[in-house]
Design a protein around this ligand. Structure first.
Ligand code: URP
Ligand code: ZN
Ligand code: ZN
Length: 530
């Protein structure tokens, strides 16, 4: 099934207090007037002029060009469109396929103020190039800009060679799963090879950090004790296993000398590993997800299986003290950006695990809700400023994945991905409010939030306005990402200093008996070998 190929209408839109007015209809040129323009490093009252899919000018006052479409944004924030760096659209996983495809997921994203995302492509039977081809084909249905990360699920010479080919295709990040034993999980040896290859290619390694061997062991123990329901999921994946794997991956990346990106940081345990590494000066990025910032695990204990299963994701939602700690870590810069890990399965798909929690497909929604959830939890809650909100929902992702300032900034020459958010509008999240026709549950069901994205402009097109979503299937565009982004700058020096090795890779001179040879026994280092 699919969305009717053009327009959704949202009822009750007249409640919108933003008073947006469209006074001309030329699609190509749009002038947003009188809003508060917000970038990650500035905020001022001003106008934004859009022409030919790009931002033409940002200034306190811009004369309206003849025929321009005028949007009055007074009382609203005008910001870069959201960037979701972690989604799973149309992904085969755990015996089924995520419910949102590139069209339904992206359409919903646009209605929620996200204009660009980076999806995780999976290899096909460990073949990266085949996986890439399949993902490119799937994404042709889309209606907004996207890029890919690629997962590495086995280590071979072919994989190493194919990683270089994919970098040439515009993939600059590779994900390693330390969990999902028997399917996606790699071992430490493979992870080390992968980290090193990423370093050579200037690609950012990403880890799903949970100790998958220990998870499998815990699952057996729980099933033996007759724990078969959804609560077995968080019980088998305690925060310690996330913390252990996060610390392990960070230490390995540190020795190899490559930056590391930890996806879906869900626990204090993992967050503190990221904090300690950053304090040591290591280049580690920590990505919380909207669900981990706003929810806790309590629903997984619900007696109603369908409700409980809807909240099953990995790493799991945690007990109540974790989300506030993650929000503070995000506000203070210990964690850098917010994703969703949008991986939706409907109730019948989740039902596969009715008698065995291991078979509940892991994943929750968020691609449409993230911008509102983060505004509520961070800005309305007083933890972050609008500029910081822009950084964590947009700019940081663009910088980390090396597409800034094309994305993530309102400035002349940047892509015209722009949102208008009215801070006065209250609304309620849930299935009824969602623009994906594929979801029959929503982990944010009934959550009231203040502040609403009232208009979304995607590459210069007004696609969401006055409650109407106007998107065209097949209009999405692949954005290639170049390697050696800013995180790689100074990495060689970092690695040398981290290892505190004063000498190069010269072997200690010894004679054939292993005795000190000419030149004495000066210590040597691995720094130049790596
Ligand atoms: O539960 C989750 N997170 N599902 C999607 C796959 C992954 O681990 O990111
Ligand atoms: Zn994951
Ligand atoms: Zn994921």
């Amino acid at each position: 099934m699919g969305i009717a190929p053009a327009t959704f209408t949202l009822g009750l839109w007249l409640l919108c207090a933003c008073m947006l007015s469209v006074t001309a209809s030329e699609v190509d040129t749009i002038l947003i007037q009188g809003g508060t323009v917000v970038n990650h490093d500035q905020q001022f009252e001003g106008d934004v002029l859009i022409r030919g899919g790009l931002i033409a000018e940002v200034a306190p006052r811009i004369q309206a060009p003849a025929g321009a479409r005028l949007l009055n944004a007074s009382g609203c924030f005008v910001m870069p469109g959201g960037i979701d760096p972690h989604t799973h659209l149309d992904m085969p996983f755990m015996g089924t396929v995520t419910a949102d495809d590139f069209y339904t997921g992206q359409a919903a994203a646009l209605a929620g103020g996200t204009t660009y995302h980076i999806d995780f492509a999976l290899p096909l039977l460990h073949d990266l190039l085949q996986g890439y081809r399949v993902w490119k084909e799937r994404a042709t249905r889309g209606c907004m800009d996207y890029s890919f990360h690629m997962a590495v699920t086995k280590w071979t010479h072919d994989v190493a060679a194919d990683m270089a080919k994919l970098v040439a295709e515009g993939i600059n990040s590779f994900k390693f799963f330390m969990a999902y034993k028997g399917s996606l999980q790699i071992n430490d040896e493979e992870l080390i090879e992968g980290l090193n290859r990423c370093k050579e290619l200037g690609a950012l390694p990403m880890v799903h950090a949970e100790n998958g061997d220990m998870v499998a062991w815990m699952q057996e123990k729980l099933l033996a004790a007759n724990v078969t329901g959804p609560e077995g999921h968080p019980l088998s994946r305690p925060p310690a296993l996330e913390g252990e794997a996060t610390g392990r991956a960070i230490r390995l990346a540190g020795v190899v000398g490559v930056p590391l990106y930890v996806v879906h940081v869900m626990s204090i345990d993992a967050m503190e590993e990221v904090a300690r590494a950053r304090q040591r000066g290591q280049r580690v990025i920590g990505e919380p997800v909207a669900s981990g910032l706003a929810l806790d695990e309590s629903a997984v204990w619900d007696a109603n299986f369908t409700r409980a299963a809807a909240f099953v994701m990995s790493p799991p939602l945690r007990s109540a003290e974790h989300a506030p700690a993650l929000r503070k870590a995000l506000a203070s810069g210990v964690l850098q950006l917010v994703a969703t890990d949008h991986a939706v399965f409907n109730s019948s798909q989740k039902g596969a695990g009715r008698r065995d929690f291991r078979r509940i497909p892991n994943g929750v929604n968020g691609i449409e809700e993230r911008m509102h959830v983060v505004w509520q939890e961070m800005v309305v809650a007083g933890l972050s400023t609008p500029s910081e909100y822009v950084r964590m929902t947009s700019t940081a992702a663009a910088q980390i994945f090396n597409t800034y300032p094309r994305k993530g900034r309102l400035a002349a020459g940047s892509d015209a991905d722009v949102i208008i958010l009215d801070p006065r509008v209250k609304h309620t999240l849930g299935v009824g409010a969602s623009h994906s026709p594929r979801m029959d549950t929503n982990v944010y069901e009934g959550k009231e939030v203040q502040g609403r994205v009232v208009s979304t402009i995607s590459r210069g097109r007004l696609v969401w306005h006055e409650g109407v979503l106007d998107v065209a299937e097949g209009s999405g565009r692949y954005v290639p990402l170049p390697p050696f982004g800013a995180l790689f700058e100074g990495m060689a020096e970092q690695a040398r200093r981290a290892m505190q090795l004063p000498y190069g890779p010269t072997p200690v001179p010894r004679d054939n008996d292993g005795e000190a040879g000419e030149g004495g026994s000066k210590s040597c280092s691995a720094a130049g070998v790596l």
